[in-house]
Write a protein that binds this ligand. Sequence first.
Ligand code: ATP
Ligand code: MG
Length: 145
Amino acid sequence: MGNITLTMVKPTAYKKGYAANILAKITDAGFRIQAMKTLRLSKAQAEKFYEVHIERPFYGELTEFMSSGPIVAAVLEKNNAVEDYRKLIGATNPKDAEEGTIRKLYASNIQENAVHGSDSDENAEIEASFFFAKNERFNNEGGLV
Ligand code: ATP
Ligand code: MG
């Protein structure tokens, strides 16, 4: 089994109907989906998820946005998942994202930037546990992870 990363298709990208195209790019790039769901975060849940950014000036706006509509959350498995996924999604600001990256293709602006990706193996596990119970994550044989 490879490493994992946690992704979210953010509200604007979901609303624009990009979720399936984004997921196709993800699986085409060799990631396997261990778990996936569509849900809407409450403001309190978004505040909890982004707690690390509490001091940043955009925290209020970001958590409003992330609770503004449905998202897709997924646990992705691949060797070197965190780093490879951040390469696939591109820079935080889509203006700086390389051609062909998910954010270049599907982001609206620096805040509504289509997808989230974990920034470390440790945070990937914390974020995966935020969205999924142990019995909601499956390995390639169909058993529990
Ligand atoms: P993510 O954690 O969502 O994968 P990231 O790691 O590229 O993104 P972070 O610095 O962790 O970027 O910021 C978290 C999120 O906060 C960004 O993805 C974006 O939605 C929002 N954000 C970051 N910088 C700004 C900003 N200057 N103004 C508004 N929103 C911002
Ligand atoms: Mg981040």
